[in-house]
Ligand binder design. Structure first.
Ligand code: HAM
Length: 425
């Protein structure tokens, strides 16, 4: 019998890889715009790293790691990127060189899950980690970055679920509150949850078992049990998000499957495209104690990881190709000279742009704009030039607006951040 790939580990064929390049480059350019720099860490780490950071009473460490022994040492394939990045941060004494570090990474992660649509054993994450900023304004800015990427990709209907689980003191308090609520009801819980009651009661809030779901429906909210400092952080985060105009849904039942989190937790969900049941497009949160627990200095941190496989499921092919791209079609030499400058301005504004400098007909230029699936085409002729304006065509929405040349970059950015009218995503 022919040998097939491992279940849940998929090939990405040449005809599919273009979509991945576009998504990855959209992520890179936005992350760099916000001052993030790339870190590349090994796929294999000492198993101990994941046990210490993610926690041994988590599904990921307990059941999902691909672990191998070699010369009596235990190694595991990384199930996520935060632990490896934090290890590198500590190992290279980065905090001594810079007070704040913003890192991003892209790459495959490995978890031995039961494969289904949107859930694989080898999947891809694009992650962001910020070290040295205790927030909460920094938390809000990271969430804003995250939401901006989904918008740029044309994924509508994203919902940001937000919670705070506080620091160790809040957790200890809330653990007590949870136990007082759940212990008298333990006979209604699943077997698995009854074990968690002893080692990790917070995780019961995240259980998919219908018995547990019914039982935790009435639990007191963690937000009512935050210490004054944690409360201040939470309130500050909400003020900063409101000031930025970022929408979110306070979700006190949100807990995460990894044990390293403190205070801010967030997840982005969507029902777009072909996502189905695995509708969490990405998730993250603050982890102020991990760096110290890994033997480093006391440095606060927060991060987020986009699930790239799921983003691709969420978006229509055309929308992905259109994301973030501008085309400039100048008619005649004076317009071309201004058009080249416009191209430069757009790129300086972080917008990927191609200027058609071939001097062909408008029709041939529009055909080219369409074939590269640009979202916006700027048409600049003699009469526009005289009046200091340019025609801005939204090729997804099929609209055309005349805009002043000196506002072209801002207007283009607005269009790129908006959902294309009539789009299916
Ligand atoms: P996570 O929630 O385990 O968090 O994963 C983040 C995202 O990766 C998920 O929301 C999902 O989109 C994607 N993902 C996870 N598992 C799979 C899978 N088996 N198949 C396909 N996609 C998957 C973390 O990994 C944290 N490191 C996030 C973070 C960064 N927290 C702080 N910094």
């Amino acid at each position: 019998m022919a040998i097939r790939s491992v279940k849940g580990m998929n090939d990405i064929l040449p005809e599919e890889v273009g979509r991945w390049h576009l998504l990855e480059s959209e992520f890179r350019s936005l992350a760099e715009l916000y001052g993030f720099r790339e870190i590349r860490t090994p796929i294999l780490e000492n198993t101990e790293l994941f046990v210490r950071s993610i926690g041994d009473a988590t599904e990921v460490v307990e059941k999902q790691m691909f672990t191998l022994e070699r010369d009596r040492e235990s190694f595991s394939m990384r199930p996520e990127g935060t632990a490896g990045a934090a290890r590198a941060y500590v190992q290279h004494g980065v905090n001594a060189r810079e007070p704040v570090s913003r890192w991003y990474y892209l790459g495959p992660m490995f978890r031995a899950e039961r494969p289904q649509r949107g859930r694989y054993r080898q999947f891809y994450q694009a992650g962001l980690e910020v070290y040295g900023d205790a927030g909460p304004a920094g938390d809000a800015e990271l969430i804003d970055l995250v939401v901006t990427l989904y918008k740029r990709l044309g994924i509508s209907d994203v919902e940001v679920l937000l919670n705070s689980i506080g620091g160790p003191e809040t957790r200890a308090r809330y653990r007590q509150v949870l136990l007082e609520y759940l212990e008298p009801r333990s006979s209604e819980l699943s077997e698995h949850a009854r074990v968690r009651l002893n080692d990790n009661p917070l995780r019961i809030l995240d259980s998919k078992d219908p018995r547990d779901k019914a039982t935790v429906a009435g639990v007191p909210s963690v937000l009512d049990h935050l210490t004054p400092e944690d409360r201040e952080h939470w309130d500050g985060l909400r003020r900063a998000l409101d000031a930025l105009g970022v929408e979110y849904k306070v979700t006190p039942g949100l807990v995460r499957g990894l044990d390293y989190y403190t205070r801010t937790l967030f997840e982005v969900t969507s029902n777009a495209g072909e996502l189905g049941a695995q509708n969490t497009l990405g998730a993250g949160g603050r982890y102020d104690n991990m760096i110290a627990e890994l033997g480093g200095p006391k440095v606060p941190a927060i991060g987020f990881a986009f699930g790239l496989d799921r983003i691709l499921l969420a978006m229509g092919e055309r929308e992905l190709a259109r994301a973030g791209t501008c085309f400039v079609a100048p008619m005649g030499e004076p317009a071309l000279l201004r058009g080249l400058a416009l191209g430069r301005e757009l790129r300086a504004g972080g917008i990927r742009t191609e200027v058609d400098s071939r001097g062909g007909s408008l029709k041939s230029m529009l055909r080219r704009a369409d074939s590269m699936a640009a979202r916006i085409c700027f048409v600049l002729g003699e009469s526009e030039l005289e009046r200091g304006v340019v025609q801005m065509k939204d090729l997804a929405a099929h609209t055309q607006t005349e805009v002043p040349l000196d506002q072209a970059v801002t207007r283009a950015a607005e269009v790129l951040a908006s959902k294309p009218e009539g789009s299916t995503t």
